[in-house]
Each structure stands twice: as C-alpha cells, then as structure tokens.
Design a binder for this molecule. Structure first.
Ligand code: PAF
Length: 283
C-alpha cells in the first residue's frame, strides 16, 4: 500500500491509474480503524479496481469542547490493517495540506435542513464540516465510487444530498452497520468506554430493535415509543440526546402512512456520545 500525504502527489498517482482504465473506489475515514471500517474497504473492492482510503481527523466537524484533540490517532495500526485488507493507496494529509491558510476563510459546503436536525441540532456545524471535507476529498480523489458506513445514517443522507446537488460524478454506496455480538454498533468512540459501560452500551441497540418490533407489530404511537426508549436508556445509565422515528427520505418525523422508516438514536455513556440506527421497510 502506498501512503501519500500530498494532494499533488496523490493526483499524479491516480491520473496514472485512470490512464490505465482503472476505476477508483474511495473510503474516507478519520482513522482508529475497526472491523466496520475494514468492511467498507471490502465493499470498495467489490466495485472498483483501485481502492483509496484516507485518514484525516477533520477539525472542521468538531465543535468547541468536543473530542478533536483527544480523538484516538492510531496511524501505524491503521496502516497495517489497511495493508492487510488490500487497500492500494492511503491518503493521510496534514491539517495544513487540507486547509492552507485560516479555516475561517475556507469555503464551506452546507446542506440545509438535513444538517440542522437530530445530530445536527446536538452538534451545530458538524455536518457542514463533514460536507466540506468530503467535497474536498472528492475533488482531490475524484472517485467513481465512495463507500460510507450506514451507522452514520444522517451523515450518509447529507453526503448523498450534496453529491446530487453539486452534480458530482461519484456513486455513493452505503455499507451495513458492523456490530459486536452484543448488538453494539462498532465505533471508534467505543474505545472511550470501560468494560462495564461497554456491556451497558448494547442497550442502545436493544432499544432500537424493540422499537422496531413494536412498530412491525402495529404500534403507531411513535412519540410514545420514542419516550419509552429514552426512559429505558436513562435507567440503563445513558444521558439523553435524541431518539426519533423518522421517514427515511428526509429524516422528518414519520407519519402513519410512511413505509420506509429510520429509527435514529444518540445518547451519552460516560465519556462517549454513541449513535446508532435501524432503517427498514415497515412490515
Ligand atoms: O465518518 C467519518 O469518519 C467522517 O465523518 C468522514 C466521513 C471521514 C469525514 O471526515
């Protein structure tokens, strides 16, 4: 695997691959890779000849007081995992390479509506940071395909929307959520949890699964179902963020006749803010 830190060098490299007629799939990450990320690499291999991944902890998507400085940086281990999974090129730029000059004067990409609800309401500016860095990375890599994990369902929707609105010639692929045996969605932030918290954290998935079962069994009182789940999470030791039953296409509250639903949840456990979701076609 080739490790490249400069935009110009990456461009030259990829130009050569394109000249040879190779297609390119891209997996952007912030590093601290776990099995979920590696499954995105596997998915990328299914679509294209050349797999490019990036590791960049993007300051623009962290708010004041969030974990930008403490975000786990495990570059050597990440590099070994990507090599083992057959990733061809790793792009690992510095903050200065991605944002020369001041971040204040950086052009931003803002996806309205979708960016201001749910995680966007709890983390103002987060999705603008994500949309901006993903747009820049797409401009640099110019992939045919880009693979994102569906654990960040709202992020996936934001990226689909920006790709469509900006007419970017890249196909966005969503990969299923990788889970531990307990049901807990794999996340870099699980590393913030103690052994006991890790056990309890699986309650988040169980609340989602039980809510889905209730809906499939005909319970349409979405507000009541969400409140019950929130109370159960609090009893388990979580601090509330949000738990919502939405329609998939715009993540607005679901109506009785909506069939494609997403139950989205975020909650705090110890030092970690965990997110998870179930998206499904209603029975
Ligand atoms: O999901 C992530 O790891 C990040 O939000 C992403 C898409 C790599 C942008 O920084």
């Amino acid at each position: 695997m080739q490790v490249i830190t400069k935009i110009d060098e990456l461009r030259q490299h990829l130009w050569q691959h394109r000249l040879n007629g190779s297609s390119i799939a891209f997996v952007p990450t912030m590093g601290n890779l776990h099995e979920g990320h590696l499954q995105l690499i596997d998915r990328a291999h299914e679509h294209a000849d050349i797999v490019v991944s990036s590791i960049f902890v993007n300051p623009l998507q962290f708010g004041p007081g969030e974990d930008f400085n403490g975000y786990p940086r495990t570059f050597d281990a990440d590099q070994a995992k990507l090599t083992e999974r057959g990733c061809h090129i790793l792009f690992a730029p510095t903050v200065d390479e991605m944002y020369p000059g001041t971040q204040v004067s950086q052009t931003i990409v803002k996806v309205p509506h979708l960016s201001s609800i749910h995680c966007g309401a709890s983390r103002p500016g987060h999705f603008t940071g994500v949309a901006t860095v993903v747009s820049k990375l797409f401009g640099i890599v110019q992939p045919d395909y880009a693979v994102f994990g569906l654990k960040d369902f709202q992020q996936f929707m934001v990226i689909k929307q920006l790709t469509e609105d900006l007419c970017l010639p890249v196909e966005i692929i969503g990969a299923p959520i990788a889970r531990a045996a307990s049901g807990l969605a794999l996340s870099s932030r699980n590393g913030y949890l103690s052994e006991a918290e890790l056990d309890t954290a699986a309650t988040l998935y169980r609340c989602l699964a039980d809510t889905r079962t209730a809906i499939d069994n005909g319970n349409n009182d979405f507000a009541e179902l969400a409140e019950t789940a929130q109370q159960r999470l609090e009893q388990a030791g979580f601090k509330r963020d949000y738990f919502v039953i939405c329609r998939q296409h715009d993540l607005q509250p679901a109506n009785l006749d909506d069939q494609d639903l997403a139950i989205l949840a975020a909650a705090h456990m110890g030092k970690a803010r965990l997110i998870d979701n179930l998206h499904f076609h209603r029975q």
